[in-house]
Ligand binder design. Structure first.
Ligand code: COA
Ligand code: AMP
Ligand code: ZN
Length: 437
């Protein structure tokens, strides 16, 4: 299928008017699938939505938004539209204290997702002659299996190394002749550090040539630093579990914006308060509608991610619109080591300990190229700060429960009552000192 440097030339370079026609057709088809489900039949009735009524992209305005809370309140399979016999995989967010968000996929959904990721990788020059190593967590993290199937579809040799153990990552890179690597930006710098500690220069001593970066916010400066450390090109990948995972939007070789694949999603950029479209080119919240998914399509999903459309055509010839580098979120979600965390998850765990007071502070910082999270919490009236054995055991148990909840290991510090400064009004619970977040 690949030709002229495109994985799927016909789709990637489709005339805008044809692409919009395809989007309308696919939206109509998605409504057809959804209309028989108990949930959507109600929603559609209330908003006069029928497949026949979908005539142009304007009709999307009649759909209500879908939020993370909708996914949580339909946990686990309330938004699945196909019989469960057709579902072959679920992905889910972290956490046990509330309902996680779950996305279910049919085999067709997974095939389409693999195509989408292969298209992204091919766009930046990956070929079936490459050796692709993935440092994302596998299991429920979509960066693992998402890239895995995409790279296999491309025909590359895949090395599913998964997260952690940097020395082992480097051994694989050296021994297998890895040429393409996927890592989150903060881990890329950690990996470079371990390379240099081992006396290996990733610029000269490896075959690495392409870096796929994503899953967390990062600046242009951070990208350039990674490119210099490794002596290769690094490309920005945007994705989210609710939209499958990696591959929703990806930078082309121009490195000036991420093409959002509009045959898979209809993107809107809206004012997060008024929920009306912002003028073309201005920053707002990205809202996405899936139009190529059957098991669990989502209409007007509020991503909470802030970005803007880059106006104009891309010199690469692709007609799918470009999103600018992401500028943060409109909610309080934080991403540490590629893991999404809501402060409320931490609060719920802490408040479960009767030995603790009400005040806590989460501090995130980069310490010798590693992102670290510290959770300081005041002890309650029934505890003494000099009772070391009790405090030590308590710290261990809090750390364990937090790790179970947020999937990374925070440094827990118990402090005396009154020692965490209290802000007037709304308490400051999170201090993020990382440069790029
Ligand atoms: N990707 C890959 N490896 C990572 C990483 C990341 N995002 N963040 C940290 N690591 C490495 C560390 O460098 C360390 O290895 P090293 O000491 O050999 O260099 C090892 O993982 C353990 O890290 P540590 O910080 O001690 O552990 P933790 O318990 O706090 O975190 C992780 C555990 C890293 C396993 C967990 O945070 C994780 O799975 N992150 C990956 C999430 C992911 O893949 N996100 C992509 C979603 S699309
Ligand atoms: P997850 O569902 O775990 O894949 O996390 C998705 C979230 O990660 C998104 O909603 C964004 O907030 C963030 N994210 C993913 N890719 C990027 C990127 N390239 N730049 C900035 N943030 C990103
Ligand atoms: Zn382009």
């Amino acid at each position: 299928m690949a030709s002229n440097g495109f994985w799927n030339e016909e789709i990637e370079t489709m005339k805008r008017s044809d692409l919009e026609k395809l989007q309308v057709e696919r939206l109509r088809k998605t409504v057809e699938i959804a209309q028989h489900s108990p949930y959507y039949s109600e929603v559609f009735k209330k908003n006069n939505i029928t497949p026949e009524s979908i005539k142009s992209l304007e009709d999307l305005q009649r759909f209500p938004f879908t939020t993370k809370e909708d996914l949580r309140s339909h946990y686990p399979f309330g938004l699945v539209l196909v019989p469960m016999e057709k579902v072959v995989r679920v992905h889910s967010s972290s956490g046990t204290t509330g309902n996680p968000t779950v996305v279910a996929h049919s085999q067709k959904d997974l095939d389409e997702w693999a195509e989408q990721v292969a298209r992204c990788m091919y766009m930046v020059g990956c070929r079936n002659t490459d050796v692709f190593q993935n440092t994302s967590g596998y299991g429920m993290f979509t960066g693992g299996l998402g890239y895995q199937y995409g790279a296999e579809r491309l025909g590359a040799v895949t090395v599913p190394a998964a997260a952690g153990n940097s020395k082992r990552q480097i051994k694989f890179i050296m021994d297998f002749g890895t040429t393409v690597i996927h890592a989150i930006p903060s881990y890329a710098t950690r990996l470079a550090e371990v390379f240099y500690e081992m006396g290996i220069d990733p610029k000269k001593d490896t075959k690495l040539r392409i870096f796929c970066l994503g899953a967390e916010p990062h600046s242009e400066e951070q990208r350039q630093r990674i490119e210099q450390l490794f002596g290769i090109k690094a490309y920005n990948c945007f994705g989210m579990s609710e939209m499958n995972g990696p591959g929703v939007a990806f930078e082309c070789k121009e490195q000036n914006g991420l093409h959002v694949w509009e045959d898979y999603v209809i993107p809107e950029i809206l004012d997060p308060v008024t929920l009306q479209p912002v003028p073309e080119g201005e920053v707002g919240e990205l809202v996405l509608t899936t139009i190529n998914r059957e098991a669990m399509p989502l209409f007007r999903y509020r991503t909470r991610d802030l970005t803007r459309f880059i106006p104009g055509d891309c010199p690469c010839g692709r007609t799918h619109r470009r999103l600018a580098r992401f500028q943060g979120r409109s909610d309080d979600m934080i991403i540490v080591k590629g893991v999404n965390i809501f402060p409320i998850q931490i609060e719920r765990i802490l408040m479960g300990f009767k030995e603790l007071g009400m005040n806590y502070l989460i501090t995130i910082d980069t310490i010798s190229n590693n992102d670290e999270m510290q959770v300081e919490v005041e002890i309650g009236d029934n505890m003494r700060i000099d009772d070391y054995p009790t405090l030590q055991n308590l710290t261990k148990e809090i750390t364990r429960q937090l790790k179970d909840e947020i999937l990374l290991t925070p440094k827990v510090k118990l402090v005396e009552k009154g020692s965490i400064p209290q802000a007037e009004g709304k308490a400051v619970r999170v201090k993020d000192f990382r440069k790029n977040h």
